[in-house]
Design a protein around this ligand. Structure first.
Ligand code: FE2
Ligand code: FE2
Length: 155
C-alpha cells in the first residue's frame, strides 16, 4: 500500500540525486567536452520533466488536502505553490538554453538552491502537521491517488 509521504519522498530523493549529479558533473566552466555538455543538457531536461510531473501532481492532489485539513493550511499551500511557480519560471528559462550557453550554470545554481529550499519547506513545515490531522487510511488513500497520477503521467 502506498503512503502519501513515501510516494512524495521517493520523488524528492530522485530530484536530489539529479541535483547532486548536476552539481558534481563537469560543466562549461570546468572544461567539459561536447559530449559531457550534451549529457548535462539531457540530465537537466530529465530534471525539468520530473519536476513538472511532481509539482503538477502535488498541485492537483496534495495542496487541496493541506488547504482543507490543516490548520493554517491555506497559507502553507499558497507559499508552497508560489515557490513552485517561481521554480517553474526558472526551469522554463533553463529549458531554452544549452549547457554551453552563458547563463545556464547561473540559472541551474539558482534552481538547485530553490528546489532544496522548497523540498525542505514541504518536508519540515507541511508534512509533520499534515500527518497529525490525517488518519492512516487517509494517508494511504492519498498515496494511492498520487501514485496512480504519477503512473498515468509517465504512461
Ligand atoms: Fe512541491
Ligand atoms: Fe514535493
Amino acid at each position: 500500500m502506498a503512503d502519501a509521504f513515501s510516494v512524495l519522498r521517493r520523488d524528492h530523493e530522485k530530484v536530489e540525486r539529479t541535483l547532486a549529479a548536476l552539481e558534481d558533473g563537469p560543466n562549461a566552466g570546468s572544461g567539459a567536452d561536447q559530449g559531457e555538455l550534451l549529457a548535462r543538457r539531457k540530465l537537466t531536461q530529465q530534471l525539468i520533466t520530473d519536476e513538472a510531473v511532481h509539482e503538477a501532481i502535488e498541485e492537483t492532489y496534495f495542496w487541496p488536502v493541506v488547504r482543507d485539513r490543516m490548520p493554517g493550511g491555506g497559507e502553507l499551500a499558497d507559499e508552497a505553490i508560489g515557490q513552485e511557480q517561481a521554480a517553474k519560471q526558472v526551469l522554463h528559462l533553463l529549458e531554452q538554453l544549452g549547457a554551453w550557453d552563458d547563463g545556464f550554470e547561473k540559472l541551474l545554481r539558482e534552481f538547485i538552491a530553490a528546489a532544496r529550499d522548497h523540498v525542505a519547506f514541504e518536508e519540515t513545515k507541511v508534512w509533520p502537521g499534515l500527518r497529525e490531522v490525517l488518519s492512516t487510511q487517509e494517508i494511504s488513500e492519498l498515496g494511492e491517488k498520487l501514485a496512480a497520477a504519477k503512473e498515468h503521467a509517465q504512461a
